[in-house]
Design a protein around this ligand. Sequence first.
Ligand code: ADP
Ligand code: MG
Ligand code: ZN
Length: 476
Amino acid sequence: MEFEPVIGLEIHAQLLTDAKIFCGCSTKFGAAPNTHTCPVCLGMPGVLPVLNRKVVEFMMKMALATHCDLNRECNFARKNYFYPDLPKGYQISQYAHPPAEHGWVEVDINGGKKRIGITRIHMEEDAGKLMHDEHNPASYVDLNRTGVPLIEIVSEPDIRSAEEAAAYLRRLHEILVYLEICDGNMEEGSFRCDANISLRPRGTEPFGIRAELKNMNSFRNVQRALEYEIKRQQYVLEGGGQVVQETRLWDDTAGVTHPMRSKEEAHDYRYFPDPDLVPVVIDDAWIDEIRKGQPELSLEKRERFMREYQIPAYDAGVLTASRALADYYEEVVRLSGEPKIAANWVMGDILRFLNEEKREIRECPIAPASLAGMIRLIQQGTISGKMAKEVSEAMYRSGKTPQAIIEEKGLVQITDEGALAKTIAEIIGKNSAQVEQYRGGKEKVFGFFVGQAMKATQGKANPQLINDLLKKMLAG
Ligand code: ADP
Ligand code: MG
Ligand code: ZN
């Protein structure tokens, strides 16, 4: 029997607000343990949470970008459970009345497009972090992260393969980062994903029993964990067994999932509306204001690049991978007037240099004006494409302008036709045997003459000019 995977993802994205969701403490990552805390986020009795308006606005941005309906009223609920990193004994989350529902995003899959539904988006607070001492039987708790704002984005069970799951995840990641509401760092946990997966016989409707996978901290691991889980569940079902509804942890090193807790042990959270927080009212005027402030998103940008700059879809995709990269490219185009050549240089040398050193485009030592200047010098024939390679490398290492580098290295292309013709005449004079061969119909010998001319000019001659002159002068 052939089985079809059914997958739904729950994503937690940490929001880039300066302050926590219910107090004024800083959200900055990496501070000394427990220094970003106050009575509110430490869960002291008698304190009162106050909602950070920015958190609602960031949630609204994501809701609008993913075509969700924004409910005019939502409220917060207490999700009760005990854990040492949760000092209050409950997490403030949203349950029965989420702010955003019924959205979707489109992903590219197998050369086509597919819409994946978003069930809901809600706001909640993060918990703290436990650190287990490897050398002592002790655990420590850092409460800097308690109260850091999160949005949870729950997908419909619309995903049908591990590859689709990864594509959906990448799309959401891209949108969050474009909106500048989440830094998207998966390793630091600012973007986390739990995956729910079940199998059903292909062609049938009802969903099978699902497992929930946790602990995947990269796109690749989400895909690997799902691929493993598809095989595992298939093996269970083919053997006549039943998949157990449980939470399983991905083990990156072993490349397998292990059971963590079964549904019987699962928590009953006893959700109830948080009496300390009033309902949140979102009116049309507020939605309009947020809508007006939305940036151009990656898909729109990609299409505009193809239309406006006449570059291929592939180029547009690479160049819109981040807003900063797209801005860089557009600046080079504006200053050089050469969209396709600019695309080639940014995707080629610039990204290669940056990747080699794992640097961001923001840290690129070559200013857009320098790259544009270099492109103009190639177009004017001042330097050859080959020299430009040397110039771009030197610009990257030194941060200097192309003009400065060309002067330093004496990299000016010979475009003086008279001087070049003289050199070529000398070469023709010295190599009469090859001239005869060429004139006798052995066209391959042409390459020999190009080589000689390049050598005589130390590679500084304009190749097109060499070609033209050789053709003319060899013809006799
Ligand atoms: P929970 O409250 O246990 O997290 P939800 O109903 O909120 O459960 O669903 C969580 C995620 O699991 C959603 O993304 C949903 O699409 C997905 N899901 C629900 N049922 C199934 C199933 N049978 N197989 C795969 N995914 C499922
Ligand atoms: Mg769940
Ligand atoms: Zn605080």
